[in-house]
Design a binder for this molecule. Structure first.
Ligand SMILES: C[S@@+](CC[C@H](N)C(=O)[O-])C[C@H]1O[C@@H](n2cnc3c(N)ncnc32)[C@H](O)[C@@H]1O
Length: 226
């Protein structure tokens, strides 16, 4: 049994010849992609040789050396342009994912991207817009008291009509499950807490700006819930 987060990421892959899992660590995704026959071949990479050792043990245990290729390296540097038709970057901070995409821009080619930032998701969506990737699907998974956002994109253009979508997902691509609705309620609740905390701080320009932005978010979110 794999976790709901890793399962949701794996299920976004369908019928691929080659998938790269960047920052694979435990290697659960590559093994699952092969087990479920979603990918013919997987390139599992990590910047840390120690992390990749965990995957190597599983690959050897399951005799998958010919199907799962292990490569040490930073971001997209271990893969060639158009070597894979999908690239997964999951379980890292949004700013690191942004840097990996920007620094590896030349390697993206025609590949789909499956991204799962642990925070700062707005910067990941801004980067996708900048590098001309359009979001096809937005999924929210709840696991161990956390909401995780997962983004599927492909080369193309998209338009954000509402700035709040950089934070909570492009509206036209959202999978409006009960979990997604719960996530939006949770997000509103977080914004209300921010306003309360800001009210107890000194009344500076920055604090007032933060309060105004947060109030705007809440108004937008409540409108979207109606
Ligand atoms: C928290 S783990 C996430 C593992 C798995 N992708 C997941 O979603 O559960 C993050 C992994 O990313 C690796 N990592 C961090 N920076 C990286 C980079 N610039 N390039 C490749 N891997 C990186 C770390 O060594 C670590 O193994």
């Amino acid at each position: 049994m794999i976790s709901p987060r890793l399962e949701a990421i794996s299920q976004l892959i369908e019928n691929k010849n080659c998938v790269a899992d960047v920052g694979t660590d435990h290697g659960i995704i590559p093994i699952e992609l092969v087990r479920s026959q979603r990918a013919q071949k997987v390139i599992a990479t990590d910047i840390s040789p120690q992390s990749l050792m965990k995957t190597q043990k599983k690959v050897q245990r399951d005799h998958l050396e010919k199907i799962i290729d292990l490569r040490v390296g930073d971001g997209l540097s271990p893969i060639e342009k158009n070597e894979c038709d999908a690239i997964i970057v999951a379980g890292m901070g949004g700013l690191l994912i942004r840097d990996i995409l920007e620094e590896g821009l030349m390697k993206l080619g025609e590949a789909q991207l499956i991204l799962q930032p642990m925070n700062n998701m707005q910067y990941v969506r801004m980067t996708l817009e900048k590098i001309h990737h359009r979001i096809l699907k937005e999924i929210v998974v709840y696991e161990r008291h956390h909401y995780y956002q997962i983004i599927l994109s492909e080369p193309g253009l998209m338009k954000f009509d509402n700035p709040i979508d950089y934070w909570i997902g492009l509206e036209s691509a959202r999978d409006f499950t009960p979990t997604y609705r719960d996530y939006i309620s949770w997000f509103i609740n977080q914004q209300e807490k921010i306003i309360k905390a800001a009210g107890q701080q000194r009344n500076t320009v920055n604090v007032r700006r933060k309060i105004n932005q947060t109030k705007y978010f809440i108004r937008m979110l409540k409108e979207q819930k109606e």
